[in-house]
Design a protein around this ligand. Structure first.
Ligand SMILES: [Zn+2]
Length: 96
């Protein structure tokens, strides 16, 4: 079965937030892989893309959204924890 297989089997490999489930076909003469993202979404991409993404963080595309949400959450908390006017100078370094 594995004999003569021309490509590396990426099944089960993990790249960033993506875990490769199976090969689904070929796109632009490159093997494409169906991956499961940590968020639960499925994402299909090429092996070259996956390998290139090892350095960075790869996801189905949810990561950017997640970072925006996280950033908004932190800003909300920072606002909530903002000290009364009298202490603003004392705690100013927190917000610089
Ligand atoms: Zn995702």
């Amino acid at each position: 079965m594995a004999r003569g297989r021309p490509l590396t089997d990426l099944t089960g490999h993990r790249y960033g937030h993506l875990t490769v489930i199976e090969r689904v076909g070929t796109k632009n003469h490159r093997p494409t892989w169906r991956c499961l993202c940590d968020c639960g979404n499925e994402h299909t991409t090429t092996g070259a893309n996956l390998r290139a993404a090892i350095k960075g963080t790869q996801s189905c595309g949810c990561l950017r959204t997640q970072m925006r949400i996280e950033q908004a959450r932190r800003m909300r908390e920072a606002k909530r924890q903002h000290p009364p006017t009298g202490n603003a100078r004392r705690y100013g370094w927190l917000y610089s």
